[in-house]
Design a binder for this molecule. Sequence first.
Ligand SMILES: Cc1ncc(COP(=O)(O)O)c(C=O)c1O
Length: 391
Amino acid sequence: MNPLQQDANYILNTYKRLPIVVKKAKGSYIYDDKGKRYLDMYAGIAVNSVGHLHPRVKHAIHHQLKKHMHLSNYFVTEAQNELAKRLVEYSFASKVFFTNSGTEAIEASFKLARKYGKSIHQEKIEVIALHESFHGRTMGGLSLTGQPKYQEPFSPLIPGVIHIERNNIEAIRHAVSEKTCAIFLEMVQGESGIHPLSDAFIDEIIALKEKYHFLIIADEVQTGLMRTGKMFAYQHTTLIPDVLSLAKSLGGGLPLGAMLVSKRLENVLKPGDHGSTFGGNPVSCAAGLATFKILSSSGFQNELLAKSNILMRGLFEIQKESQMIQEIRGKGMMIGIEIKGDAEAIKQKALNSGILLNVTHQNVIRLLPPLTITMQEIKHFLHVFKTILAT
Ligand SMILES: Cc1ncc(COP(=O)(O)O)c(C=O)c1O
């Protein structure tokens, strides 16, 4: 049976599938069963940051499989230790808790925030999050996600979450109180169409934290690990988070998430407070470690920034000539192109021309290419994109 038909028969209908059957994927490309090649401009939704099946990641997985695959969290493993050590060395954090996904990293952060708040006083349990945020699909993540279209079918959600408008200083001043235990932030909102937080808003949050002693929790599931041109997106600003959530590219293509915490929060969660059977799986951690070594290797960042400049400049050039582009936003290799017309039609034309595009929030083309994309591949994308917008 045709795999697309089989999928329709047996898999729950929660995803909009693309009408292609993938045979293999390598580097920046996906190949279908008819031999057609597609340039992947969203990298498994920001997961394949070093491209598909990078040889060093494959090698690390094979190497780990010679040792063991799953032991349980009763055992320490070298792969977990080595990856955690690097996450700590490159960030504000002093310790790491591993999960399997982004939403689980958010759940862990939510629980830590509530326990931290209650350690100060019993009513310090309120959490602030932003409109148009996206923090995942489990009930905790969904309660934080400031988008009614995702929340309403599943309410009632977890109480004590207040949503305010992004970059609205009056709103944050009004919402924060002694009851606030945490504020969750995406430094650049991803799913809602690539919206960076303003410096003034960030400064206000830092000032309010001094007075009210809440935790700043950076959801860097999408922005983390060089996506925006720095290892972590908070490093573009003066903000130092207390907690940071990671996932997506952390496992180099395998499921892995993490919660990073600062020194003073190391002992909030005690043995038994939180856990996960698969969290920090050794094979995922080995793949993640190999990926991290590539992302942090000498010259990687400069090359990434140079490529991002070429991509951004090319897009601004296209905008000058096209009536179709409303706005271009973003940092590094996390770019939103807000379209005036029908973004889905552009996505379809791109697919026909061998380019995979992701559309989010109806009218925003979200570019999240592999960070290893070459200059030549970027130029090819720009050429095809320009042609598509002109037709
Ligand atoms: C900022 C952010 N947080 C959390 C999540 C949820 O991650 P996951 O799908 O791994 O549960 C996502 C996923 O897109 C995300 O972009």
